[in-house]
Write a protein of this length. Structure first.
Length: 130
């Protein structure tokens, strides 16, 4: 009986430690105004995590395009981004950027994410040329 109690206690401690580690991986989700202020800082790395086609159809000026659904997202992010500088992310509606933000925050990046995405963005945009 003591062995069962000890085993359950160890499992509970393990679950608690795992949950604490997962909850410590954080990023900040921002409104349009907050995001505009963040990306006005030239040290912030701006990343559009949509597909190349979505990016070509219009994006926030100076953004890099790294598709979060691409098979090499982690590798491309590590190659193109500097961990010592903040990263600001956005996607179409906010879902993919939250996924990307979680992944980058877990790798040690300081991440800001545009809540509600590019569809809700009221700041400057590029206009695709035909």
């Amino acid at each position: 009986m003591k062995k069962i109690i000890v085993a359950l206690l160890l499992v509970a401690i393990g679950v608690y430690v795992y949950a604490q580690r997962r909850s410590s991986v954080r990023f900040e989700s921002m409104t349009n105004a907050e995001f505009a202020t963040i990306i006005a800082d030239t040290t912030v790395q701006l990343v559009d995590v949509r597909t190349a086609a979505e990016f070509a159809a219009g994006h926030i000026p100076t953004a890099k395009n790294i598709d979060v659904r691409g098979e090499n997202f982690d590798k491309e992010a590590d190659q193109q981004l500097d961990k010592s500088r903040p990263v600001a992310l956005y996607c179409r509606s906010g879902a993919r950027s939250k996924t990307a933000a979680q992944a980058l925050a877990a790798k040690g990046y300081c991440v800001y994410e545009l809540n509600k995405g590019f569809m809700n963005w009221n700041g400057p945009r590029t206009v695709p040329t035909e």
